[in-house]
Every structure is written in structure tokens, then in C-alpha cells.
Design a protein around this ligand. Sequence first.
Ligand code: CO8
Length: 259
Amino acid sequence: MEYKNLILKKEGNVCFLSINRPNALNALNTQVLEELSIAIDEVEKDQDVYVLIITGEGKAFVAGADIVEMKEKNAAEARTFSQLGIEIFRKLELMEKPVIAAVNGFALGGGCELAMSADIRIAGEKAKFGQPEVGLGITPGFAGTQRLSRLVGTAKAKELIFTADIISAHEAERIGLVNKVVPQEELLSTALEMGNKIASKGQLAVRYSKAAINRGIETDIETGMTIERDLFGLCFATEDQKEGMSAFVEKRAPEFKLK
Ligand code: CO8
């Protein structure tokens, strides 16, 4: 598939997906969102891709939903646009494969919401985070109220959303919004290094672990533990489990085959 607003590039078992609309700071309009949806399906289906890294071209990760497109929407159209983003970000979040956001610059509004839909966030020192929507007279609309609260707690989420403050990468790390901050020039290599490390493990085990965390966190702990127990059991039906444990006993490196 030829994308107008995305660049997909594979490096071994890792796929970089870069939002490529730098003249508008990678703002998400309907076309970008629709392409993102297609790309997520493409990456999920590609047997050779184990890990997805999302980043942005130019000085922004994503500076939000496209304000120019949103400006003239009526209430019904805005709700439809919100639903589109919510569905696509949820699809990203629930991908079987792990997703790393390599946040290179502004991650504002819909951009912060996109980053929060990834499993892991690595930020360059120049990255900036915020949910500035109330300054435009709107609420967050791609599930920012939900994911930010879950990531940093309701008090900090309310402060950030009510004040529309833009925070630095280091502050985002301090409050638990990003996993780590690295020098700007090391951002993509650090994300790739982490992607390669994940890709070297048993992929079914990685995917089951992701599913257990994502499904378990949304339920009570008893149900969550049941989900973990069942997926743990399922690992023992995989060749990767036999290989992983045999390699340990034989004191050699495992050769996982995604089986
Ligand atoms: N939408 C459309 N265009 C944008 C956006 C955006 N979100 N952000 C930047 N641009 C455009 C600018 O208009 C400008 O275009 P042009 O060159 O044609 O004038 C170009 O990108 C470069 O931007 P700036 O000149 O403003 O660059 P600066 O470095 O001076 O400033 C900022 C960078 C601070 C990031 C600034 O661009 C800014 O404040 N952008 C908007 C940030 C924002 O408010 N984001 C939240 C948007 S709302 C949102 O995401 C809600 C998500 C859910 C909605 C669903 C419900 C319907």
C-alpha cells in the first residue's frame, strides 16, 4: 500500500511507522487516521514484523488532531471524528504485537493520545507533552481523559487537562507518562534497540503477556489472574516454550520460531 501521510520502514523484525505530514506538524486529519488504520492492519498481518515503533517526521511527533479540519464540524460530525480516532487508537492498543512510541517532538492533544495508546513511550529530550484541548474550547476526544488518568492518576491528569499545560519530556518521565528520556539523536536507535531486544524473545509469550496486562488491568484482580493463568498454560502448548526451557537447561541461546 502506498501511503500519502505515513512512511513504513522495516529493520529486521522491527517496523518503523512515521507520521509524515511535517508541514502541519503531523496533525491528524481523517486521511491520516484512515491510513494509520490500514497500516496497523498491515503490520499486524506481516509475519516478519514483531515490534512496531511509531514516530513522527520533522520537529513534531503529532501536534494533535487537525484543528483546521475540526473547526467547522457540527456536534454530530465531531462525535464521528472522535469515534474514528478512538477506534483506531484502541486497535493500536490491542494489537497483538508490542508498540513503542518514539516521541521525537510535540505530542499534544491527539498526539499525546496516540503516544498513550502505545505500550511503551520513549521520549527524545525535545519532546513535549500536553492535552491543550480546553484552550480550544473542547475536551480531549481520542480517549485522553481515560488513558492519561490511568497512566498518571486522576489528580495529575485533571491538572494537565484543566490547565492545558505543556510539559517537558523529563516532567513526563517523572509523572510516569513516558518510560524514559534519551538524547534526541539517540531516540530512534534506543527504540530500535529495545524493539530488537523484545524481538529476540519468544513472541507468543510477549503477545500473551501484553494481552494479560491489557485485559487484566481493565478488570478485577481475580479475573486478571485467571487470564494470566490461562495464557501461561497456553504457552506450554508452544514450541517456543519447549525451545526456551531446553536452551536454558542445555546452556545455549534459544532459537524462537513463533510456534
Ligand atoms: N492542526 C492543524 N494544523 C496544525 C496543528 C494542528 N493541531 N498544529 C500545528 N499546525 C500547523 C500550523 O497551523 C502551522 O501551519 P502553517 O505553517 O500553514 O501556518 C504549522 O503546523 C506549523 O505550526 P506552528 O507555526 O504553530 O509551529 P510552532 O513551532 O510555532 O508551534 C505548536 C508549535 C506549539 C505545537 C503549535 O503549532 C500549536 O499550538 N499547535 C496546536 C496544538 C494543539 O492545540 N493540539 C491539540 C489539537 S486538539 C486535539 O488534538 C483533540 C484530539 C481529539 C479530537 C476529536 C474530537 C473531534
